[in-house]
Design a protein around this ligand. Structure first.
Ligand SMILES: [Zn+2]
Length: 294
């Protein structure tokens, strides 16, 4: 699942009337209709089928088909996992809700607004997530890496993960990594169920940003190969120590020292962002226990 991207935007669908001049057999029409929504990866291994149920113009569908082929190559060139992806993956365009990606199905929202997290969800579907797309192996490396890949190869976000992290650090609103990788506590952060929907959205977004920034730091500092050994691993705290020779709290300390040196939001960025003050107001309302070290 990709983090929630701001408020749900209302969109106007362009409904184009079409005139069929010659009568074609039903099957032929069906086949042509399917063809234009199907894209096969260059290696021929996977077929993606677009289910455009919100009437996105074909021109945009074609552009997204190209993006799928390119994203597939980037993901295949990243880390290798033991997971064998589905040979056929349906990509549904949806009006609202959250985007997500499982074995043979991806749901994307924000297509009309150009904020759909295609690379993020494809990373889940192609590299695997838990045993069978469940949270039994946690969320941290899977969501962190999917967000990292989206940042590298997908739609460009307005602000970097580091900028958000610097803000959380300066505001004393850091979520301890030990909690984000704890199987008994991770649901609270990655799938929050507080009484306030707004607070759920912000806490979830923060968890994703922590994971993404930490994963990016690990990859930039120690390389993709080492990261490959911790991706989707069950005993993550133990695995981190094994692979990096440092405990998760030591790695967290190093990462935060790096964040400390980053540039936070400037006054102008806060004003122009269109979300900063709303986000921050909600952030300050969240019970501080979620940010406590123990
Ligand atoms: Zn995700």
């Amino acid at each position: 699942m990709a983090k929630w991207r701001g408020a749900i935007l209302l969109c106007t669908l362009l409904l184009t009337a079409c005139t069929v001049e010659t009568v074609q057999p039903k099957e032929q029409i069906q086949e042509e209709k399917n063809d234009e929504n199907i894209v096969v990866t260059k290696d021929g291994k996977i077929t993606f089928e677009i289910k455009n149920e919100i009437g996105v113009p074909q021109e945009k569908v074609e552009a997204i088909k190209d993006e799928i082929v390119t994203a597939y190559d980037h993901i295949k060139d990243s880390i290798h996992t033991s997971y064998t992806p589905s040979e056929h993956i349906n990509v549904w365009f949806k009006e609202d809700g959250l985007s997500w990606g499982v074995a043979s199905k991806i749901e994307l929202t924000g297509v009309n607004e150009d904020i759909y997290p295609l690379v993020h969800e494809m990373t889940h579907s192609l590299l695997g997530y838990g045993n069978n797309f469940e949270s039994d192996h946690g969320y941290f490396t899977q969501e962190g890496f999917a967000s990292y890949m989206e940042e590298q190869y997908g739609k460009k976000e307005q602000f970097s993960f580091e900028k958000f992290m610097k803000h959380y650090l300066d505001s004393d609103k850091l979520i301890p990594i030990s909690k984000l990788i704890d199987p008994n506590q991770d649901d609270v952060y990655f799938r929050p169920a507080l009484s306030s929907e707004e607070q759920n959205r912000v806490l979830m977004e923060m968890s994703y940003t922590h994971a993404a920034s930490f994963v990016k730091y690990l990859i930039d500092t120690y390389g993709l190969e080492k990261f490959e050994h911790i991706y989707n691993e069950k005993e993550l705290a133990q695995k981190l120590e094994e692979v990096y020779g440092k405990s998760s709290s030591e790695l967290e300390k190093d990462w935060l020292a790096f964040i400390q040196q980053q540039q936070g939001f400037t006054h102008e960025e806060k004003l122009k962002s269109g979300f900063f003050y709303d986000m921050n107001t909600i952030l300050l309302q969240i019970d501080p226990k979620y940010f406590a070290k123990e």
